[in-house]
Structures are given as C-alpha cells and as structure tokens.
Design a binder for this molecule. Structure first.
Ligand SMILES: Nc1ncnc2c1ncn2[C@@H]1O[C@H](COP(=O)(O)OP(=O)(O)OP(=O)(O)O)[C@@H](O)[C@H]1O
Length: 252
C-alpha cells in the first residue's frame, strides 16, 4: 500500500551565514491534500519552499518524495519525478502564444530539450491538440492564440498552471499563487487550484488567509523558522500562539 504521505521533510534546517532561517522542521504532506505553509513575514516559508523544491540545499535534514530520498537530487530531476514548482519563476515565454507555451512544456516532458521532433508535423499536431485540452482545463482556450505577454496577470498565472500541468505533476508546489492579483483573479485562480488538485497533491505558500481557509485541508504555521502549529484552518486560526505570532507583525 502506498504511503499516505507523498512528501515528507524531517529535521529540515537551513542556516544562512550563522542565521537559522529554518529550524528542524518536520512536514508530512498527505497524498491528494492541499497543504498550506503560512506564517508572519520572515517566518521561513519561502526558505522552506525552496528547500522542498531543491532550489536550496538544506544544512541538515532529509526530504523524501514517494518514499525516495530526494535530499541531494537536482530540481530538474525531481520535476521529472513529479514534484513540480510553479509561480515566481517565469515559466511563460512572453513572445509566444499561450498555445505555443503549453506545447513547449509538453515537448519538454516527452523529449527533454531535444528540438529534433519539431520536424514531424504529425507529432506537432498531436501536441497541439493536447495543449488545447490543457488550456481548456484552465479556462484559457479563448486565449490560445494570444501572445503570453498580452495576457492579464491572472491569465498569465492560469497559463503557468497549464504549463505546469503539462509536466503531469504528482505534487504541485505553488509559491504565493495569489500575489499581486485582483479579487476577481483570486476567485478564479482559487477555483482553478481546487480543480487541478483533484487527484493531485498541492503544497502552497500563501499570505491570503481567506484563500487558505477556503482551499486548504491542512495548514502548517511557521514562525521564526520553526513549526508553531499544524492542523485545519478552524483550529490553527484560533490557536493563541498563532494569533500572537501574527499580532504586531506588519502585513503578516
Ligand atoms: N539568502 C538568504 N541569505 C540570508 N538570509 C536569508 C536568505 N533568505 C532568507 N533569509 C532570511 O531568513 C528568514 C526567513 O526568510 P523567508 O523568506 O524564508 O521568510 P518568509 O516566511 O517567506 O517571509 P515573507 O512572508 O516575508 O516572504 C528571514 O529573516 C530572511 O531575512
């Protein structure tokens, strides 16, 4: 029977020149859940996220994905294994259309970075049909032929989700997906994340607590690099330690 927890971190620690940004964090991400990392500014959320996605190397601790130790694996290899990060890295090429962006992401999954297959019209047509399906899944089919750079901010994020889905992730890691969005986009992207989370696991760092409360099954609250509380939103939001950690922290 597969482990209930698809992604685990144990004793995760990161020091920056003697400053401990993440301190002995244990995370257990349940398969097919939406799990949020929250906490006041400077709590260590982004550092944790970068450790999980292998953009940073931990000072100590281990990370396992599907029961396999990935602590020393490269971001590229873990992405191919199904642990895929989106947002705050621009996965979108502005001068290409939305459709071309998704098609390239599909090509990368199938053919690595080889460009040879572009010669085959048949392969191209098949990829185009698949790319259209992915754009449809994120509500973007009407914008397939639009240049990515001309899209609104919220639609660029939706396109990013489509390019991420093209990699067929088992675990999708989203870094502040709602950052800089209008309320209308927040509503749309919240619904989209709920939809793409079906049959997948989502881990997200998110400042918007109303989004976290509607979307997430499990919340880990970090403060000063360590876990302060964990559980359902109703419980952690009432925890006096969590309330204290947020009070007095500007924009926390
Ligand atoms: N590359 C780095 N070098 C030195 N210190 C760093 C580095 N990255 C992060 N830190 C420090 O580690 C601590 C945690 O930062 P981190 O960005 O992980 O917090 P956060 O919870 O994501 O905060 P925010 O909500 O403001 O994004 C902060 O004190 C930050 O200044």
């Amino acid at each position: 029977m597969p482990d209930d927890f698809v992604l685990k971190a144990s004793g995760l620690t990161k020091d920056f020149k003697g400053f401990r940004a993440v301190d002995n964090v244990n995370l257990n991400i349940r398969r097919h859940s939406i799990h949020a990392l929250i906490g006041p500014n400077g709590a260590g959320k982004s550092t944790c996220f970068n450790l999980l996605t292998k953009f940073l190397t931990p000072t100590a601790g281990t990370i396992t994905f599907e029961g396999r130790d990935i602590t020393r694996m490269s971001p590229g290899n873990i992405a191919r294994a199904g642990l895929v990060r989106s947002f705050q890295i621009s996965a979108v090429f502005g001068s290409m259309t939305a459709l071309e962006n998704v098609r390239i992401a599909l090509q990368r999954r199938r053919h690595g970075d080889s460009w040879d297959f572009w010669r085959s019209e048949k392969v191209l047509a098949r990829l185009e049909a698949e790319a259209m399906e992915l754009l449809e899944a994120v509500g973007m089919s009407a914008f397939a032929r639009h240049r990515a750079s001309d899209l609104s901010y919220g639609r660029k994020r939706a396109l990013e989700i489509a390019t991420t889905l093209a990699l067929d992730p088992k675990v999708l890691l989203l870094d502040e997906p709602m950052a800089g969005m209008t309320q209308e986009d927040v509503t749309r992207i919240t619904a989209l994340i709920a939809k793409v989370a079906e049959g997948r696991t989502v881990v997200m760092v998110e400042h918007n607590l109303s989004v976290v409360s509607t979307l997430c099954d499990q919340i880990t609250v970090l403060a000063r690099g360590a876990i302060l509380a964990e559980g359902k939103y109703e419980d952690v939001s009432r925890d006096p330690r969590v309330i204290n950690a947020y009070i007095g922290v500007p924009n926390g």
